[in-house]
Write a protein that binds this ligand. Sequence first.
Ligand code: GLU
Length: 446
Amino acid sequence: MSTPPPRVRFAPSPTGYLHVGGARTALFNWLYARAHGGTFVLRIEDTDAARNTPAAQAAIVDGLRWLGIDWDEGPEQNGPHAPYYQSQRGPIYDAYFQKLVDADHTYTEPNGAVRFRSPKKTIVLHDQICGDINIDRSEEPDMTIRRPDGSYIFHFVNVVDDIEMAISHVIRGEDHIYNTGKHIELFQAFGATPPVYAHIPLILNPDGSKMSKRDQGAALSYYIDHAFLPQAVANYLCLLGWSPKDDREILTMEEIQPLFRWENIGHSNAKFDLEKCRWLNAQYLAKLDAPSFDHLAIAWLLAQPTPLPGTDDPRLREVLPLIQPKIKAIPELAEHLPMLFDGAAPIADDARAKLAAQPALAPRLATLLSYLENLSDWSAASIQAAVAAAAAALAIKPGALLFPLRVLTTGQAHGVDLLPALEWLGRTEALPRLHARAAALTATST
Ligand code: GLU
């Protein structure tokens, strides 16, 4: 008998933001469904009316879409088990609740709360990732399933929907592992077979602490707002717990799908590392074709409340290819554009300090500038030749002139490749800049 294709679900509670942990859970479910020809359901667990705002729902739906996750059943998609919002499934919960009442699985407290009569046994959870876990329920108090106001508790509605929606596999964070004991009791009380469980390790801060909403990069919106590439973020999120078991780190979702197996999911907590995510983003940014990079950069620039230098400049598109290989994320344009477009930007302290340590700076700059002045053709190659000729005249290595030239050009110690940047800037823009900064430097350094 062949097993039917799996039905998995992502069941977020709208809180106003989509946490990277939630996004990763969604991705793992989606990958599992896609890898096995199954169905991925998005179910919104929005029974907490106070938090259930359109903005909170949009954070989930928009976030998943941005990551490239599509769902077969769920909001805006519907399907045979609609509605996919728990807030709209009241009659279903009432009917299931009645089943438990009729089978004498419940009792009512004086305050009106209804509790589930636990069998008080040890539940053995055969978890696909964590292995076999004994959950001793013998000493646990009976769980409340309905509040005095008639609203239902998370455990109850979660299990009812997993039964109703025929969910075969529950893939979720390890923080739910002990809830699973309660859930299995409920499945058994309904006479239903519990799903297969796979609890994925938690994502912690680098120092081992629990991630909170305030940690940088904890919300998916951080990556959207900072114009990260969704493919890079999805790739990064997959590496938080999953690995291809070889040394590859850069993988597309299509490449990950066939390798998405339980044995490829780690058992220890994953460490969140924004720098690693930025590094991956850089790998994907570098591979973008020019129109795509321009589009991303310009969309981000236009969204800035204070326009950056160069935003409206026709030369912007020509300089973006120089910046593309140098940045890990689009917001670093805020460092590169001022130094390229603003010829009057002051010389940075670190650059000034490094130059102050160089011998004979003033005469060297004077020689360099005279060679550049005499160039007839202002190209990267001829600028390079002029630097070499000036260095030869000074009996120093050309490299000794490149750092000062960089500082004269941009005012900064670091930046895009210098010679193409000078070519881009053009002679009429570059030379006055170089002279002005040389004068500023030598006036204070001697
Ligand atoms: N709404 C629950 C949560 O966001 C769902 C847990 C589950 O996947 O069963 O944590």
